[in-house]
Design a binder for this molecule. Structure first.
Ligand SMILES: *[C@@H]1O[C@H](CO)[C@@H](O)[C@H](O)[C@H]1NC(C)=O
Ligand SMILES: [Cu+2]
Length: 143
């Protein structure tokens, strides 16, 4: 029956964009994972959701990826160095909401060459956070 088919089609059309939205974020875009790139600015321009993934691309063995906590991130402590990701095409699935921290464990790349990334992962269906630019407070007139 045509109306049933239409209803099914309509439901799929509504659902499809949400299903397709899981994003693989190439860290640093064309620059990849490298020294002297502003990953803070890069992360600020993105929205990271549960279900998305990060792809760290770099030349082996020039860099690696270490998952860090906040202290390790701030102080560039390589405490998980034995678990460093080293493939040059490292994919990290973002499975839970919250802050995530990553540093490069090679030499002083994290402390001296800005190879550190902090992101905030939000729920898959959460509305995108408001941009960080200051809000414009327009006057409201009545009458
Ligand atoms: C970070 O991990 C280290 C162990 O590597 C631990 O001693 C420290 O308490 C942790 N810091 C936070 C903020 O979780
Ligand atoms: Cu590095």
């Amino acid at each position: 029956m045509a109306s049933t088919q239409f209803a099914i089609l309509a439901v799929f059309t509504l659902l499809l964009p949400s299903i397709a939205l899981a994003t693989q974020h190439i860290v640093g875009d064309e620059q990849g994972w490298t020294t002297n790139f502003d990953y803070q600015a890069w992360a600020a321009s993105k929205v990271f959701r549960v279900g998305d993934s990060l792809l760290f691309k770099y030349m082996v063995p020039n860099h690696n990826v270490i998952r860090a906590n906040q202290t390790e991130f701030q102080q560039c402590i390589k405490s998980e160095a034995n678990q460093a990701l080293t493939s040059g095409n490292d994919i990290i699935d973002l499975k839970s909401p919250g802050k995530k921290w990553y540093i490069c464990g090679v030499k002083e790349h994290s402390s001296n060459f800005k190879m550190k990334l902090a992101i905030n992962v939000i729920d898959a269906w959460a509305p995108a956070p408001a941009p960080t630019a200051p809000a414009i407070h327009a006057p409201i007139y009545s009458g």
